[in-house]
Design a protein around this ligand. Structure first.
Ligand SMILES: NC(=O)c1ccc[n+]([C@@H]2O[C@H](COP(=O)([O-])OP(=O)(O)OC[C@H]3O[C@@H](n4cnc5c(N)ncnc54)[C@H](OP(=O)(O)O)[C@@H]3O)[C@@H](O)[C@H]2O)c1
Length: 365
């Protein structure tokens, strides 16, 4: 029996969650067979996108394709050297009409909330618009022992949920300037087997036994729940859309911690597993397609409890049953704001054009 099941998810819900994960793995290629690869993108010369974790896997693909479509791309990465090398390579390969790709690098380490604040302050200081924030960077430390960031949070929870949540809110002044704008969260079908206990976000109280799959799936569910409340609190006039996506099961560096034997199996089943280019399609769709704001608006009008969720086949999908639990989502919202050091009315204040102090601000730590 999994510990998520013991500590909150019902048996049926838990089994159903794993069914969705296995189903996605086995049938994603068939379900997504209508999609072209790479996903055709419209001209994007007027938009600026920040993409976290764009030195590898899905994020790398997105950065390259968005830049080749004309977007101003900001690679928000912890390894700047590797990002500069990639840009050099892309520029050399680029055969566009004379103009070089418009890509730049900014440092961001999601394991440090102070780094997130520093990034957001540097970006907002430019006073320019931000049209798309893609919270892509993530970790899945399969089989690794439990680890904590220097901010004191379980690492999956910090990198996959807390830091992106802080980044999204602190970038509001720029997202408002770029409105209509989008926050795209690269989530996972694994949220379906997640359970969030807001009394034990670090999974240390012994109510649940820690395993990397618990850390990962809880962080992804927490992201959907937080995004859903954010979506509900944002008035339509703000013009900021919040979308979660499932990229599919994708062959990237995220599997780097898998045992060698499992990695070998990964190589043997290329038919089932998406390439990074295929895995980038749902997030690129969420970031650029005209239907997405309409979908978000329809959910808002219906007072749907969950934010927009786009599947690996670039279609709206229903998030897990647990993600529909508004009471828990509200608790996740409040707990997250407490953990990232923001006041409960941070969003409303920022929408009013007021300043918001974060506990992890440069003077505050
Ligand atoms: N691959 C899949 O099957 C799959 C399925 C569902 C969801 N996803 C999600 O897709 C997203 C992208 O993952 P991927 O599969 O493309 O994996 P990946 O190849 O490992 O890429 C992850 C990226 O995140 C960056 N990153 C990790 N920790 C960071 C930190 N502390 N600060 C800043 N950046 C950090 C990595 O930077 P470095 O290069 O410096 O390590 C890398 O660029 C993740 O959110 C993942 O959960 C993946």
């Amino acid at each position: 029996m999994g510990s998520s099941q013991k500590q909150g998810l019902g048996w049926m819900e838990w089994l159903r969650g794993w069914f969705y994960v296995v189903y996605e793995m086995l049938f994603q290629r068939i379900m997504a067979s209508h999609l072209q690869n790479p996903l055709p993108l419209p001209p994007l010369n007027d938009i600026t996108c920040i993409i976290t974790g764009s030195t590898s896997g899905i994020g790398l693909e997105m950065a390259k394709q968005l830049a080749e479509s004309g977007a101003h791309v900001v690679m928000a990465v912890r390894n700047a050297k590797s990002a500069f090398e990639l840009i050099q390579k892309w520029q050399n390969e680029w055969s566009g009409l004379g103009a070089p790709l418009n890509v730049e690098v900014m440092e961001l380490d999601l394991l440090s909330l102070k780094s997130v604040v520093r990034f957001a302050e540097a970006w907002n200081a430019r006073s320019g618009p931000l049209h798309v924030l893609i919270n892509n960077a993530g970790i899945f430390s399969i089989g690794e022992p439990q680890r904590f960031s220097k901010d004191g949070y379980e690492e999956h929870m910090q990198v996959n949920h807390l830091a992106p949540a802080l980044l999204s809110i602190l970038l509001f002044p720029s997202l408002i300037k770029g409105s209509p704008s989008r926050i795209v969260n690269v989530n996972s079908i694994m949220h379906c087997v997640g359970f969030v206990d807001t009394e034990d976000m670090n999974v240390v109280l012994g109510k649940r036994k820690y395993a990397s799959v618990v850390g990962y799936s809880s962080s992804k569910l927490a992201q959907v729940m937080f995004s859903s409340i954010l979506h509900r609190r944002l008035p339509a006039e703000a013009g900021i859309n919040v979308v979660c996506v499932s990229p599919g099961i994708v062959h990237t560096n995220v599997a780097r911690d898998l045992p060698r034997i499992v990695q070998a199996a990964y190589q043997l089943i290329p038919y089932f597993i998406f390439t990074a280019q295929e895995g980038s399609r749902s997030a690129l769709f969420a970031a650029t397609d005209d239907q997405v704001p309409e979908y978000c608006a329809a959910l808002k009008a219906d007072e749907w409890p969950v934010c927009a969720y786009i599947s690996h086949e670039c279609r709206p999908m229903n998030a897990s049953e647990e993600a529909h639990n508004i009471e828990t989502s509200q608790k996740v919202w409040e707990k997250t704001l407490e953990m990232i050091g923001l006041p409960l009315d941070a969003v409303e204040k920022l929408l009013e054009g007021e300043q918001v102090q974060c506990r992890y601000g440069l003077d505050g730590e």
